[in-house]
Design a protein around this ligand. Structure first.
Ligand code: 5GP
Ligand code: MN
Length: 352
């Protein structure tokens, strides 16, 4: 991991030491890795005697609430409910640490405040195409499972932790294990030798993985499983190119009382079908249609998201959005759009 070297670690430590107001920023609609890495960093900074703010565009999903103690909760600012508080926190910070995203637009309505901010900025991320020019210091590695794993390897090199996992403390360790676990789908993808080293060291230090797994995977409402059944049985379509896609409109989300995070992981399921090369979930949101893409080896979800869905991500797991009316006039047109664009994309890829 070339960005983790003594020069950069030293710079990170001195930037933290010299900062008076620190905020941690992560991507919109935060997932387990976004919240895991952000809260882990919060706990590390507390160890150094620095109380930071975590600023996010949207509320975190309730299944991650076990990571948020009362104290920590008071230091999370959500743009959705406190817009000026959120942008003030960014503009009032002399150090902004950005986790689990590669460019400011991934923070949605925090983007402008980040561009305007005069504070120094640090990036800790594992996505392709990082906008390094926006940061004073970047830790960007794509050969890691998650931002949480990358943060773990960084923290190990700091003088306070000094390669002793136990020094992270339970809360920090638990948050890092959570972020790595959700981004790998519980070790199903993006697992590197370094990922298993991290997991092994965290386990040895006493992190309670059974508790974490129970909190992440066994606390959903009945509605979620019923929705999954409906999606796979009635809504999934498979094109002759081997693209499985599902359109989840607002009406269906309401009928199943779908909360943020309830559809987590569903987009992976169609890949279990032999002839499916790529799976797309289109979810109707207020002013856009959110897109999640997963692909098998040899097909690039990232390139497809960049070319046709205003997004990007990783080679086999990416996301984006369709804008109304720029790309489609409504959810009814999304099926046609997906069939047409993936046909072009897969034929171009095959003929490369
Ligand atoms: P998910 O499908 O789980 O929402 O996202 C999968 C991956 O794609 C994540 O790593 C996420 O960061 C990335 N991603 C999701 N939405 C977008 C987007 O709108 N733009 C970009 N550049 N990446 C995205
Ligand atoms: Mn991530």
């Amino acid at each position: 991991m070339k960005d983790i070297n003594s020069g950069n670690i030293h710079m990170l430590e001195s930037m933290i030491l010299n900062a008076e107001n620190i905020c941690i920023v992560t991507h919109m609609k935060p997932d387990g890795d976004a919240m895991g890495s952000s809260t882990a960093l919060y706990h590390y900074l507390m160890k150094l005697g620095k109380t930071s703010k975590i600023v996010i565009n949207d509320p975190y999903p309730s299944y991650l609430s076990f990571l948020i103690s009362e104290d920590l909760g008071r230091n999370i600012i959500t743009y959705e409910s406190q817009p000026s508080h959120a942008t003030d926190a960014i503009s009032g910070s002399d150090l902004i640490i950005c986790l689990d995203f590669n460019a400011f637009h991934r923070t949605d309505r925090l983007e402008e405040a980040l561009y305007q901010s005069t504070g120094r900025k640090i990036l800790i991320d594992h996505h392709l195409n990082p906008a390094r020019e926006l940061f004073d210091l970047s830790f960007s590695e794509i050969e890691v499972s998650s931002a949480s794993e990358l943060l773990y390897h960084i923290l190990m090199e700091t003088s306070v932790i000094n390669k002793d996992t136990a020094r992270l403390g339970n809360e920090c360790a638990q948050a890092l294990m959570t972020g790595m676990t959700t981004d790998t789908n519980n070790f199903a993808n993006s697992v590197f030798p370094s990922t298993l080293h991290m997991a092994s060291d965290l386990l040895a230090a006493g992190t309670d993985r059974d508790y974490i797994l129970n909190r992440i995977y066994n606390q959903y409402g009945e509605n979620r499983l019923r929705l999954m059944g409906h999606m796979m049985k009635d809504l999934m379509k498979i094109t002759s190119d081997g693209v499985a896609y599902i359109m989840l409109d607002k009406q269906t989300q309401e009928a199943y009382s779908t909360a943020e995070g309830d559809t987590e992981g569903f987009v992976n399921m169609p890949l279990s079908i032999a002839e499916v090369r790529m799976s797309i979930l289109a979810k109707e949101d207020t002013d856009r249609i959110r897109i999640s893409i997963r692909s098998k080896r040899g097909t690039s979800a990232n390139m497809c998201a960049r070319r046709f869905f205003n997004g990007g991500g990783h080679e086999n797991a990416a996301g984006g959005r369709l804008l109304i009316p720029d790309n489609v006039n409504g959810i009814d047109e999304v099926g046609d759009y997906i069939e047409r664009t993936t046909h072009i994309f897969l034929n171009d890829e095959d003929n490369k």
